[in-house]
Write a protein that binds this ligand. Structure first.
Ligand code: GAR
Length: 208
C-alpha cells in the first residue's frame, strides 16, 4: 500500500482527481494519509474533510520566521512518514531538508510542458498568461519528481493540450486541468504505487 500525503494551497481540483481515482479504482493500492495546506482558506481542506481524510493546516504566517516554518513542516512530514508526497497546486517552496529526507519521493504537477513556462514565478494562471503571450499552439501539463531546483526534477509524465484562438488564461487553465492534469497526476501515482517508476541517471524510466 502506497501511503501519500497531498500538499495543497487552493481549490484542490487535482486533490479531488486523486480522491476520485483512489475511490473509483483508477489508482490502485494507494491510501491518502493526510492533506496539508499552507492556506487556511483553501477549499482543498474541505474536499479532504468531505472525503474523511485528515486535513492539516500549516501556515507560514503563524510562525516567527520562514526557517521556523520550514523546520516544523519538515518535522511534521517526517513524523507522517508517507511513501510519497504529492504537490497538487502547492505554492510553497519545499524546504531543502525535506527534499533531502524524501529523495525521489516527492512529485509535483505543473501546468505546462516543462521546460516551457516553468521555474521561479511560473505558477497558477501566470503560466497560462505566459503561454498565451508567447503564442504557443500547444501547451499541457507535467508531473515530475521534485529536486532542489524549481521544476527541474526528472519528468514522469507529460500530456499536450491545444491552445485555441481567443483563449483567456482562465479558459486555457480549465482545459489544461481537464485534458491533462486530472489525468496524468492520478496516472503517475498509480504507476508509482505499482512500482513501475524508477530514476536512472537523472531520468525517469517507466516499466510496463
Ligand atoms: C493547478 O493548475 C496546478 O498545476 C498549479 O496550480 C493549480 C492548482 O489547482 N500548480 C502550479 O502552478 C505549481 N507550479 P487546484 O488547487 O485546483 O488543483
Amino acid at each position: 500500500m502506497l501511503n501519500i500525503v497531498v500538499c495543497v494551497s487552493g481549490g484542490g481540483t487535482n486533490l479531488q482527481a486523486i480522491i476520485d481515482g483512489v475511490n473509483n479504482g483508477l489508482i490502485h493500492n494507494t491510501r491518502i494519509q493526510a492533506v496539508i495546506s499552507n492556506n487556511p482558506g483553501a477549499y482543498a481542506l474541505e474536499r479532504a474533510k468531505n472525503a474523511g481524510i485528515e486535513a492539516i493546516c500549516m501556515s507560514p504566517k503563524t510562525f516567527e520566521s520562514r526557517d521556523a516554518f520550514n523546520d516544523a513542516f519538515t518535522e511534521r512530514m517526517i513524523a507522517l512518514n508517507p511513501d510519497l508526497i504529492v504537490l497538487a497546486g502547492f505554492l510553497v517552496q519545499i524546504p531543502t531538508r525535506m527534499i533531502a529526507a524524501f529523495p525521489n519521493r516527492i512529485i509535483n504537477i505543473h501546468p505546462s510542458l516543462i521546460p516551457s513556462f516553468c521555474g521561479v514565478g511560473y505558477y497558477g494562471l501566470k503560466v497560462h498568461e505566459a503561454a498565451l503571450d508567447r503564442g504557443v499552439k500547444l501547451t499541457g501539463a507535467t508531473v515530475h519528481f521534485v529536486d532542489d531546483g524549481t521544476d527541474t526534477g526528472p519528468i514522469i509524465l507529460q500530456k499536450a493540450v491545444e491552445v485555441m484562438e481567443n483563449d483567456t488564461p482562465q479558459v486555457l487553465q480549465k482545459r489544461v486541468m481537464e485534458q491533462a492534469e486530472w489525468i496524468i497526476l492520478p496516472k503517475a501515482i498509480d504507476l508509482i504505487a505499482a512500482g513501475n517508476v524508477c530514476v536512472k541517471e537523472g531520468k525517469v524510466v517507466i516499466s510496463k
